[in-house]
Design a protein around this ligand. Sequence first.
Ligand code: NAP
Length: 336
Amino acid sequence: MIEAGIVGGSGYTGSELLRLLAFHPEVEVKAVTSRKYEGKEIWKLHSFLKGFYSLKFVNPELKYFDDCRVVFLAVPHGEAMKFAPQFLEAGLKVIDLSADYRLDRETFEEVYSKEHIGYDIDAEPVYGLTELHREEIKKTELVANPGCYPTGAILSAAPLADMELIERVVFDSKSGISGAGANPTDFTHYPNLHEAIVPYKITSHRHYWEMVQELGRFQGDIKVSFTPQVFPGSRGILTNAHIFLRGELDEDELKRIYERFYSDCYFVRFQETVRLSYVRGSNFCDIGIFKGEDRVVVVSAIDNLVKGASGQAIQNMNVMFGLREEMGLNFPPLFP
Ligand SMILES: NC(=O)c1ccc[n+]([C@@H]2O[C@H](COP(=O)([O-])OP(=O)(O)OC[C@H]3O[C@@H](n4cnc5c(N)ncnc54)[C@H](OP(=O)(O)O)[C@@H]3O)[C@@H](O)[C@H]2O)c1
């Protein structure tokens, strides 16, 4: 049995971890934090979990994690870096869902305009896009779980970047609003979002840097553009990757390249029709490949809270502990 703790259990990714870990045959959740709800039963905040947990929220103090072998940090960026070093020092494996360890230190400080105070560690952070970094994840104590947008975007372009075939890729992404976290804001207020699709940070979203970093590992000169939008739904990210190729490939050749690249990847599925409703609540990333006159369009769909966050974090935990990668996650999506 793997004893696990969650810092940030009152938020969306924290409660999604709790939902998913309730299915996991090899995990027992021992500690869940919330400063706001300290002392309150988890299910009293997260009513949908009634009957699954009798734990109460605790403050984020190390002593509550004495029994744990792994901790998930489901807190905002800038906060995870305060926790990771102490948990690593105490011998726990750390899976950070925030942005704090996804980029190298210098790039992080520039992109997030923040000094990184959590690099006094022995562990080598590994970018936790499991399909691309499985072997390194097996060996590390600190996984930097990817951003929600980069997960689908990078998976949709990696096979062609691996062959250095991309002239430019333009990621056009649409996300449900749970990507913004549980605290309501003007942006997420119902009348502001209802019947709307709202582009934001049109040329300046920070997730761009993860896309450049990861695709750049395959193809150093790759040109990337990214525009995010939100739609009035709770979950899911659909990304159209417009890929302008170097050279000519027909649709069958393209499909063979993708199938070969992801041949050992349970959670990447190829579909003729890609829809958010086909991945909802699941850890799958569905991919469709369409060849046009001037470009290839690779459509990807994920659930941002599962493959885009908590599901992938558990997938990474499975790899770190030598379990089957899909353990606790191999259930079908929730349709319709
Ligand atoms: N939402 C997504 O789709 C998604 C996808 C991928 C990655 N992420 C990343 O995952 C992290 C969590 O996102 P979320 O959407 O779950 O956010 P959220 O709903 O706003 O929840 C944030 C959680 O962090 C806790 N927290 C905040 N400041 C803290 C501090 N200083 N010390 C201890 N706990 C603190 C809060 O608990 P209390 O205030 O009750 O203590 C709350 O439980 C973020 O870094 C986010 O960027 C989110």
